[in-house]
Design a protein around this ligand. Structure first.
Ligand SMILES: Nc1ncnc2c1ncn2[C@@H]1O[C@H](COP(=O)(O)OP(=O)(O)OP(=O)(O)O)[C@@H](O)[C@H]1O
Ligand SMILES: [Mg+2]
Length: 302
């Protein structure tokens, strides 16, 4: 478990991070969400000690990060940067092998792990000997992920990991990652300013503004249980879509007619959004009455 306890950080006399505390359970994904300059990257960089806090403490499984050897601490934490952060003069294989080489892994083990990551991350193995500038944005980002994952760190820190990608590539990498067992087991802190991405990836979301936490909770609680004007305003433009994605069809049982349930062919666990999407994609009326579904959704919200 990762705990931040009342962390502050000033740059040139100005507070960039102002009393942040949160805990991330083992295996949980916490997303830091907020507009530019609110202190997301600084918070993340204090976890792996690329910045030192002015006050407060950060504990990893009960031990202060200050008490770790800094290199050892960073090896236990994968770090994915917005613009991939690959070394331009290293090939793909050399980039991915950087930390394993520092840890004196034998060549065979490095090659095996690399091969398996290429497969999991949908990377074409022929790019191994290419340099970063010869890759597409999506490939570079996948290589950055492979580099962070190869030593199987328990903690993964990701700073806008999909920020430089087009929306289609971004959504498909997100889906792939979420499906990976390696990924699901990790304790993850991810930074984004993209509301949809936060809702898509997070177990819990920490909304930040001017170095402070405005609200921290599950996606559901941010949407349906927020007395916070800042958070409401922040989610305003995308609220309907977020709600449709967050509410599960099973939750509407009490507000939809029994016939609708019998005839509509949805899968338990699907969000209302997914049911609507399936219906559109199939082109036929798998939903007997989408209007009734929406009516049910709005009466559920009341
Ligand atoms: N090394 C630094 N020196 C001086 N000021 C800094 C430094 N790093 C960050 N800051 C300032 O601290 C504040 C928070 O920056 P930070 O990079 O954490 O924001 P962010 O939320 O990650 O923003 P973005 O979404 O634009 O990446 C900003 O006002 C920034 O200018
Ligand atoms: Mg940042």
């Amino acid at each position: 478990m990762l705990s931040l306890k009342n962390i502050t950080k000033k740059f040139d006399g100005r507070l960039a991070v102002d009393g942040i505390s949160f805990e991330v359970e083992t295996g949980e994904t916490l997303v830091l969400l907020g507009t530019s300059g609110c202190g997301k990257t600084t918070t993340l960089r204090m976890i792996n000690r690329l910045e030192e806090p002015d006050s407060g403490d950060i504990l990893l499984d009960g031990k202060s990060v200050k008490d770790f050897d800094v290199q050892e601490l960073r090896r236990g934490m994968g770090y994915v940067l917005q613009n991939h952060g690959l070394f331009p003069h290293y090939t793909v294989a050399e980039n991915i092998a950087t930390v394993p080489n520092l840890m004196n892994w034998d060549k065979k083990k490095i090659l095996n792990e690399m091969e398996s990551l290429f497969e999991k991350l949908n990377l074409d193995p022929t790019i191994r000997d290419k340099f970063p500038e010869q890759l597409s944005g999506g490939q570079k980002q996948r290589v950055g992920l492979a580099r962070a994952l190869i030593t199987q760190p328990a903690v993964l820190l990701m700073d806008e990991p999909f920020g430089a990608l087009d929306s289609i590539t971004r959504i498909s990498i997100r889906k792939e990652l979420k499906g990976l067992a390696d990924f699901q087991e990790k304790t993850i802190v991810m930074v984004t300013h993209d509301v949809q991405e936060a809702f898509d990836m997070a177990d819990r979301i920490c909304v930040m503004d001017q170095g402070r936490i405005m609200q921290l909770g599950t996606p559901e609680s941010l949407l349906f249980d927020s007395s916070n004007a800042f958070v409401k305003q922040f989610l305003k433009d995308q609220r309907l879509q977020l709600e449709l994605k967050t509410v599960k069809i099973d939750e509407l049982k009490s507000v939809l007619p029994v016939e609708w349930y019998m005839n509509s062919g949805f899968k338990s666990g699907q969000s209302v959004w997914e049911v609507l999407e399936d219906s559109l994609a199939s082109g036929d009326a798998t939903i007997p009455d989408p209007g009734m579904l929406m009516k049910g959704f709005f009466s559920f919200k009341k």
